[in-house]
Design a protein around this ligand. Sequence first.
Ligand code: BES
Ligand code: MN
Ligand code: ZN
Length: 500
Amino acid sequence: MDFSIKTFDAKNTIATTKTGCIVVGIFENKKLSAAAKALDNQGEISAALKSGDISGKPGSTLLLRNLTGVAAERVLLIGLGNDDGLSEKDFSSAVNATIRALSSLGAQEAIIALPLESVKGRDASWAAQTCVLTTYQQAYRSDHLKSTKDTTKINLKKIALAWPAAASAKDKQRLTQSIALANGVNLTKELGDLPANICTPSYLASAAKKLAKEYKLGIEVLDRKQLETLKMGSFLSVTNGSDQPPKFIVLKHMGGKAKDAPVVLVGKGITFDTGGISLKPGASMDEMKYDMCGAASVLGTFRAIAEMNLKLNVIGVIAACENMPSGRATKPGDIVTSMSGLTIEVLNTDAEGRLVLCDALTYVERFKPAAVIDIATLTGACIVALGNHNSGLFTRDDAAHDKLANELLVAGKSTSDTAWRMPIEDAYQEQLKSNFADLANIGTPGGGSVTAACFLERFTKKYTWAHLDIAGTAWKSGAAKGATGRPVPLLTTFLINRAN
Ligand code: BES
Ligand code: MN
Ligand code: ZN
């Protein structure tokens, strides 16, 4: 899909522009947006509203053809709801309906002339980004492995966004960034949706190498021997039961000044989580192919920031392996030594995410990071706490961490990829005490997503750090089963804001 910005003036009016379809907004009280008025030469749009053919409710649609004095073949009316200031939600519904309607038309080109500048608290670039992300989302197909492909054909090839005023260089840059973000989200979804027999740790490593080659990123993939040399005893204990070799992936996008401390993203890359010897129940176990969505979101974010050539130093680290039961698998009660030197009693082999992440979090100390963010489908308890709407955001609660947390919260809000802050406190650390090692890998009952975060916290003392638990947000279950691409919008926007 090709997106562009189009500005109309007295010479190039919206009515005289030839295209397959022009999309304009109308309101519930039967009022017309400015763009709709400009196409209503003979009162045909007003008449359609009066007749009740379209309600004007957010997302309602009506297609009109061959309007008098309008060069475009079709005019698509879209309901925007109330005309006293457009909410983000109503605008998003309108855009969803717009793209759905456009996709089912014969038109190859369309102009979206919705009031991009009228969304409360947002600007035209925000509205344009909503158009781009929605289009990509609706165009996404997960039928690569089906012999019969989804045949609903989308003819649409070009979308021009009618800009409220002459577009600035900044406006154009932000549109380019939105497209890069959408491509990043797509990569994350594709990787997430792949089954674990294809998307192995080695597959993730080749995906990272491919990305590095295409965008000239730095890359290093460490294998078992090197991980042993680094003494990553905790990470390695998770891979014991698997025949797939573990991979530790380091990606570098050094778009900032050489001396600037990098932001480091650390992704959990369990390509399948059976639970190990603490085997999971069978129901929905297939969904544990998504246990690498933290890793996939690191790759998707790199795809986005590399494509947009972001002026920031960012390092991505992925700890990838399978969690399998076998005669060689780690057993409950086993004690392992992490790269940090802390010993860990593995009371439950299904709490494996923290075991791979803690060594990755120690490894990244060498980068002297400006901030470290780990992203992980870490706990079922986070889904209990927050459902599927918000990712869990955990940090310590001093001033530096409040600042980082707020940056992440704001970035999430602005892309409808929200997170909600959760606590890290000494009181919860007590729950991780072990009789035999420095700490246990699970806590006493209660607050499971918090004790998991507290476990990670023990390995992050040397830098500013945040943890995103995306167990509830990285994919959808049920009829619409599939990866969501979250939290790539949050992460990418956070990095863009840091670069500015
Ligand atoms: N990958 C899971 C967390 C998970 C569960 C994500 C369900 C999405 C849906 C993680 O490795 C895990 O198994 N966590 C355990 C921790 C427990 C053993 C303390 C959990 O949440 O049950
Ligand atoms: Mn697990
Ligand atoms: Zn897991």
